[in-house]
Write a protein that binds this ligand. Sequence first.
Ligand SMILES: NC(=O)CC[C@H](N)C(=O)O
Length: 296
Amino acid sequence: MSELDADLRTDANWGTPASYIPELARVDPAQFAITVVTADGKIHSAGDSDTRFSVQSVTKVFTLAIALGRSGDQLWQRVSREPSGLAFNSIVQLEHEGGRPRNPFINAGAIVTTDEILSGRAPRDALAEIVQFIRTAAGSDDIHINEAVAASETAHGHRNFALAHFLASFDNLKNAPEMTLGTYFHHCALEMTTTQLAMAGRFLMDAATGPRLLSTARVRRLNALMLTCGHYDGSGDFAYRVGIPGKSGVGGGILAIVPGTAAIAVWSPGLNRYGNSLKGTEALATLARKMNWSIF
Ligand SMILES: NC(=O)CC[C@H](N)C(=O)O
């Protein structure tokens, strides 16, 4: 792992941090961290694994788990399970397909899962459940929301507002767009280290490691969605190069799962053209190849 870390740092092409959220644009791209938690509970880390980063869309895995737990398969009436082949914040498909987002990992789909979690209660209570779920998964209470990042995204979130209003116009939003988006922006603004994120991913390995938060059947389905949709229009390329389920975020984090074997978190804030971590993807490709971890 330290060899992997050192190798990655020799190449100066770090990619570009997300620019549409000003708070994220300020982050130094020349950072990298990786943590692997194996089925026997051992933790291996290298790089800046104690640095907190903005988890962003990686939280969509946890919100999907919670929404499925609350609403069961009814959720699939509001959102489908197909790769989108378009950018994570694209609007065109949503109009074309009558307001039913392609999957729960693009923004429109995650706004729907957040809306499902919010239904029947105040944003503060929905957020408390999301944060508690992630803390329980990680086995750490030291996980918090960065209010400056949430505010920065709210101030510049015109596309997400457009998506939420589109959903509402198709009767696919139960709460006021501002309420649902407020909850959504705040859970995206959670900060974690790679150690915390890899620990939080243990339940997706479906090994006897960490808390059991979902049934085996649901864990398999979450992994299937991570593989097919977890990297947006870069999902095919990620499956080709890395060969394991993964979920990325524009903060530069990726949570990847080797079923039954390991939960891996990588972080490097510079992104590739799909909005996924450039060095994070490279690191996972190298690790999966060396460890023979591709599921294929
Ligand atoms: N890909 C991402 O991480 C996107 C999350 C971000 N909060 C947004 O809604 O645009």
